[in-house]
Design a protein around this ligand. Structure first.
Ligand code: SF4
Length: 401
């Protein structure tokens, strides 16, 4: 095995089919004008594109009524914030500023509406600002249930889904039918399985599929219909197996805390270059949030979708669960993936992630699982300190654990 190798898969495998798919995914992710969404609208006249803020949104519901759900993740390190800053105080995360900047700058003009799921106060406030800034465009706050009794939270959530479908139908979307929702559930199941295959591959052979590559592939799907995304991932999974890859002696880590505002792509690469194989993470959590296939033959697919959120939702900071359970879920992930340690990477001022972190750290301490922690902003430009910290963590795990 090689110690601390450079992670330069682009150069190593330039020209193969997997690299071409990766290049497509990266171009989609970096296109702040959402060209993929514009192409979908051109190919589907009358179809509506509905943006949604992190983390989770009921994507099959939108697809069932002829809408394209589009994952909106801010502007990353590609946009200068000028007007966005004037809407928020300084001690708040970055993603709402860049989302406002994108909206005012016309980057999101191809969207016919926006959904703001109940993730935190920041997203709630952003939803209110959006209504004032763009009153002519449809937008909605989506109150996700925190009561997980099926006859209470499940019933409430099904009524929310019906409300959204009706509001969009009034704006030109197709009426919601059970048959179309079953098809959408089936398509989402296929996408889910394709992502699971990729995740399994990077756990087994992270040198063949680094987390940074997997991230691009999954994130690109946030602006694709489920079937198209599944096809892309399936083709990639087949193509990447053609590569001649050799194992490296890195440490295996679980990355926690980046479920909403996403770190810059180069920060993920920096962790890899520092000797960390990220074999599990909560980046792009929305596309993995429902941790089980949903019954696409159900007699009541709307109830199936609503109950799926209740029964199979991921244990994350934006979902109420008890302290013991939170730590237990993380430790179970570490053990199931045979990780050596945990890296906490939360967006600066992200209340959900940073309020959860002490409880998770305490659970890791009790289980004697090593961890390190740092904060980032989506436009962080300097990675040297993080590289040194991650490198020291990687070395210490190899030497002492
Ligand atoms: S980064 Fe954290 S605080 Fe900011 S909008 Fe997302 S969940 Fe809320």
């Amino acid at each position: 095995m090689t110690m601390n190798p450079p992670v330069e898969t682009e150069a190593l495998f330039a020209g193969d089919r997997a690299s071409a798919i990766l290049a497509t995914a990266r171009a989609m992710v970096e296109d702040l004008h959402l060209g993929a969404v514009q192409r979908w609208k051109a190919a589907n006249p009358g179809g509506m594109a509905i943006g949604y803020m992190p983390v989770y949104a009921p994507r099959p519901l939108f697809e069932a009524i002829g809408c394209l759900p589009v994952s909106i993740l801010g502007g990353g390190d590609q946009i200068d914030i000028i007007r966005g800053d004037s809407y928020y105080q300084s001690y708040i995360c970055h993603i709402p500023r860049s989302t406002i900047e994108m909206g005012l700058g016309g980057h999101l003009n191809c969207l016919d509406g926006m959904v703001f799921p109940s993730l935190c106060d920041v997203i709630r406030n952003l939803g209110g600002m959006w209504k004032m800034l763009f009153p002519e465009r449809w937008s909605s706050y989506l109150d996700l249930p925190q009561n997980f009794a099926l006859h209470l939270g499940g019933k409430f959530y099904a009524s929310e889904l019906t409300r959204i479908a009706k509001e969009l139908e009034a704006r030109g979307a197709k009426p919601l039918t059970a048959e179309n929702l079953r098809i959408a559930l089936k398509n989402e199941n296929r996408r889910r399985e394709a992502i699971a295959v990729l995740d399994d591959l990077r756990r087994r052979e992270p040198w063949r599929l680094p987390a940074s590559d997997a991230y691009l592939l999954v994130r690109a799907g946030g602006m694709l219909p489920a079937v198209e995304h599944a096809e892309m991932l399936e083709e990639f999974a087949s193509a990447v197996m053609q590569r001649q890859a050799r194992p490296f002696d890195n440490v295996r880590v679980v990355l926690v805390g980046s479920f909403c505002e996403q770190p810059p792509f180069d920060l993920i690469r920096t962790l890899e270059k520092a000797g960390c194989d990220i074999i599990e993470d909560d980046l792009m959590l929305g596309l993995r949030y429902i941790e089980h296939a949903l019954d696409a033959e159900s007699a009541d697919p709307l109830e199936t979708l609503a109950h799926g959120f209740i029964k199979f939702g991921a244990a994350t900071a934006s979902r109420y669960i008890g302290e013991e359970e939170k730590g237990a879920a993380l430790i179970a992930r570490v053990k199931a993936t045979q990780a050596d340690g945990v890296v906490f990477a939360a967006a600066s001022f992200c209340d959900p992630a940073l309020l959860d972190q002490p409880m998770l750290e305490a659970a890791l301490d009790r289980a004697k699982i090593p961890f390190t922690a740092f904060k980032f902003a989506e436009n962080t430009g300097q990675f040297q300190v993080i590289r040194e910290q991650a490198g020291a963590f990687s070395d210490s795990v190899k030497l002492w654990f």
